[in-house]
Design a protein around this ligand. Structure first.
Ligand SMILES: *Cc1c(COP(=O)(O)O)cnc(C)c1O
Length: 429
């Protein structure tokens, strides 16, 4: 494989410790990282610099929607970069207009704004909510416990997890959390200052917790009644991962009134760009012009390059019917995990999720779980999966998430199940 970065002379090739030392000396240590130094990928597999192969069921946290090294993404990157990479938003260009059109036609009447990440998409929706409520003195956004909405100051204020807020007070005002899937708690929390509600269709970082159909329909009704914006953070659970374009569509399948359900705003990122940074929010038609000229912006947002990649991903998803694939392979993976949980209840307590957004909750105290006991069970379990040749993502202390490419093949899911089973069986011992 041709190296993209010129070969760096000071590092001995394949030297894990040398790369880690570069990080220790020069990179802000804000992440807990695993002892893996990745080199390249192909399809659903990643390779580390020692040549080890991993089945990537983490998908870079639900980002690598078409896997690694997909030729269509490479082609879009190369072709668009020959034309123009960046223009600024002082000007029009076709890729942004076409991507907005594609997203609007997937969701419903409204408009899109483009940015570069999930938290920026949420930030845009928070600003939309403030603009919406401004003349009535309303500004508050109610979110839920265990939610995750990103790492900026507003993002951590909106997030319902103490660990992301710790040490960063005072919090941006105007955010409060209530229990998830609890409509009565949401209703009770509303104040005259409330402008919007934001929830995830499936809580990702919170441990793969789907909203119930009644909750979603109830929130819609509550927002209509109280004139609030219903905002959905679809950064992780969106973009066909659940077997439908949006997780709420899958959750509400076959539920009376479900087909008509639409929130007022949806934030997107992660799978939208397949690894190329892009975020976006969609806002429903009545509110689509609330953010007028000069009210919001992003230098890089919706660049020709980012939009060309996102458009190409949509084209591949449609052509290869990856929505159906996510459903079928996801259902297969889920039933395999459920069978494993039934066989080894001392290791896997529950299996949750939809399509290719799945989580297993580990049993409280797995007796034979090796590793540093100061680390969470999820991290120690992840290390075992890594050693077996599989990547997965911890969520909280007890949950492992599987967020693979949505073009994951059935045989790869089968291989993944075998690898997970090898780890679980050993622990169940
Ligand atoms: C990842 C994530 C975000 C933040 O996205 P970034 O691109 O990291 O800013 C926000 N909300 C949810 C639900 C996420 O999973």
């Amino acid at each position: 494989m041709k190296d993209i970065v010129p070969s760096p002379p000071p590092i001995v090739r394949n030297d894990v410790a040398a790369v880690q030392a570069l990080f220790q000396q020069n990179v802000v240590p804000s992440y807990g990282r695993f002892d893996i130094v990745l080199s390249h990928g192909s399809g659903s597999y990643l390779y580390d610099i020692t040549g080890r192969r991993y089945l990537d069921l983490g998908g870079g946290i639900a980002v690598s929607s078409l896997g690694h090294g997909h030729p269509a993404i490479t082609e879009a990157l190369v072709e668009q970069s020959r034309k123009v990479i960046h223009t600024s938003n002082y000007y029009y260009h076709e890729p942004q207009g076409r991507l907005a059109q594609a997203l609007v036609s997937l969701i419903g009447p409204g408009k899109c704004f483009f940015c570069n990440s999930g938290v920026e998409a949420n930030e845009g929706l928070f600003k939309l909510a403030r603009k919406f409520g401004h003349d009535e003195g309303r500004f508050e956004v109610i979110t839920t416990n265990n939610s995750f909405h990103g790492r900026t100051l507003a993002g951590i204020a909106a997030t319902g997890q103490e660990k992301v807020k710790k040490g960063f007070d005072p919090m941006v005002p105007g955010f409060r959390q209530v229990p998830y899937n609890d409509l009565a708690a949401m209703r009770a929390a509303l104040s005259p200052a409330t402008a919007a509600i934001m929830v995830e269709g499936i809580q990702g970082e919170g441990g793969v917790m789907p909203a119930s159909p009644d909750y979603l329909l109830g929130l819609r009704q509550l927002c209509d009644e109280k004139k609030l914006l219903l905002l959905m953070d679809s950064v992780q659970c969106g973009h066909f991962r659940t077997g439908r374009y949006q997780s709420f569509q899958r959750i509400l399948e076959g539920v009376a009134g479900g087909e008509k359900f639409l929130p007022d705003g949806i934030s997107m990122a992660k799978s939208l760009g397949g690894g190329f940074p892009i975020g976006a929010f969609w806002v429903r038609a009545p509110y689509a012009d609330l953010l007028g000229p000069g009210s919001h912006g992003s230098t890089y947002g919706g660049s020709p390059l980012a939009c060309a990649v996102a458009l190409k991903i949509l084209e591949v998803i449609q052509r290869e019917k990856l929505e159906d694939n996510a459903r079928q392979v996801g259902d297969y993976l889920k039933s395999g995990l459920q069978a494993l949980a039934q066989k080894c209840p001392g290791v896997i307590q529950t299996v949750r999720g939809l399509g290719l957004m799945l989580g297993i909750e580990l049993a409280p105290n797995i007796p034979n779980l090796p590793g540093d006991s100061s680390k969470s069970q999820a991290v120690r379990f992840a290390n075992l999966l890594h050693a077996a040749g599989l990547l997965a993502i911890p969520a909280g202390a007890q949950i492992m998430r599987f967020l693979p490419p949505i073009n994951l093949r059935q045989v790869e899911a089968e291989e993944g199940l075998k690898l997970i089973e090898s780890v679980v069986a050993r622990l169940a011992g």
